[in-house]
Design a protein around this ligand. Structure first.
Ligand SMILES: NC(=O)c1ccc[n+]([C@@H]2O[C@H](COP(=O)([O-])OP(=O)(O)OC[C@H]3O[C@@H](n4cnc5c(N)ncnc54)[C@H](O)[C@@H]3O)[C@@H](O)[C@H]2O)c1
Length: 253
């Protein structure tokens, strides 16, 4: 992997204070990138940036706010220069059937998971063009590949992100900007606290929950090495969406 090519590249990461975002920021800092880490969890975000030195700055960015996107971009450009990579990682999950979910919770999920990514691209693309190219990585989910009962808002937001990614790739290819999407399966982060992910993973071919670093490795590959891939979807799910390992088959072995 040519992670060296990320040295001094300017990267904006949303939802960076914890979970997968935090691990992405640590790896990018190690690769020598200049990172603007953003989130709404200020204490965690500031502590992360402080632990990583001058190449990482933290700024508050609620991804639903165009104003906060614009001021985050101003910080990135004034401190580091035009942005080469955008990681739209921030996301929330709200549980509730279509019948029962509060409409406000539907709207908040769409606002953060889908509109937030659109706003980020809308605001940051001119900077990426000034930089002469780069890449955007949007974070979807296996919930962007199939339905999940009680996750209708989340599922709709993640499916929507697929279409947005392909559209952005078509619009931006000629500017040297690649746009790709990652679909993680169950990954051990605070988002799945309280969910029996270990139990659910038992029906996967790789029967365990994934680690954030496994997603980070794909992220860095897509940024640094996947120079002929755009508009595509990359799945890291232990094989979860290919089907279920059923007991009768296991018993045959
Ligand atoms: N953990 C999983 O199993 C899993 C699986 C598939 C996809 N994902 C996706 O991966 C991404 C990262 O999730 P994670 O598992 O690290 O979860 P996490 O909850 O640990 O991290 C999500 C981060 O997003 C931030 N955030 C929430 N609302 C925000 C807002 N309005 N503006 C800015 N930041 C906001 C949170 O503060 C948090 O730091 C999300 O898009 C999530 O949907 C997670």
């Amino acid at each position: 992997m040519t992670r060296n090519s990320l040295r001094d590249q300017v990267v904006v990461v949303t939802g960076a204070a914890r979970g997968m975002g935090e691990v992405h920021v640590r790896a990018l800092a190690e690769a020598g990138a200049k990172v603007l880490a953003t989130d709404v969890l200020d204490a965690e975000g500031e502590a992360l940036a402080e632990s990583l030195g001058d190449g990482v700055l933290y700024r508050r960015l609620d991804v639903t706010s165009e104003e906060q996107w614009r001021s985050a971009l101003e910080v990135a450009e004034s401190q580091f220069g035009p942005v080469q990579h955008l990681v739209n990682n921030a996301g929330i999950v709200m549980f509730g059937s279509i019948q029962d979910l509060d409409p406000a919770d539907w709207q908040r999920t769409i606002d953060i998971n889908l509109t937030g990514c659109w706003l980020g691209m809308h605001v940051v693309i001119p900077s990426m063009k000034r930089a002469g190219g780069g890449s955007i990585i949007n974070i979807s989910s296996t919930a962007g590949l199939q339905g999940y009962a009680s996750l209708g808002a989340y599922v709709a937001s993640k499916w929507g992100l697929r279409g947005l990614t392909k559209t952005a790739a078509l619009e931006l290819g000629r500017f040297g900007i690649r746009v790709n999407l990652i679909h993680p399966g169950p990954i051990r982060t605070p988002m799945i606290d309280g969910v029996d992910a270990d139990g659910m993973a038992q029906s996967q071919p790789i029967a365990r929950v994934g680690e954030p670093q496994e997603v980070t490795d794909m992220l860095l590959y897509l940024m640094a090495d996947a120079t002929y891939s755009t508009g595509h979807e990359f799945i890291i799910d232990g094989g979860a969406v290919i089907g279920q390992v059923v007991a009768s088959i296991e018993e045959q072995s």
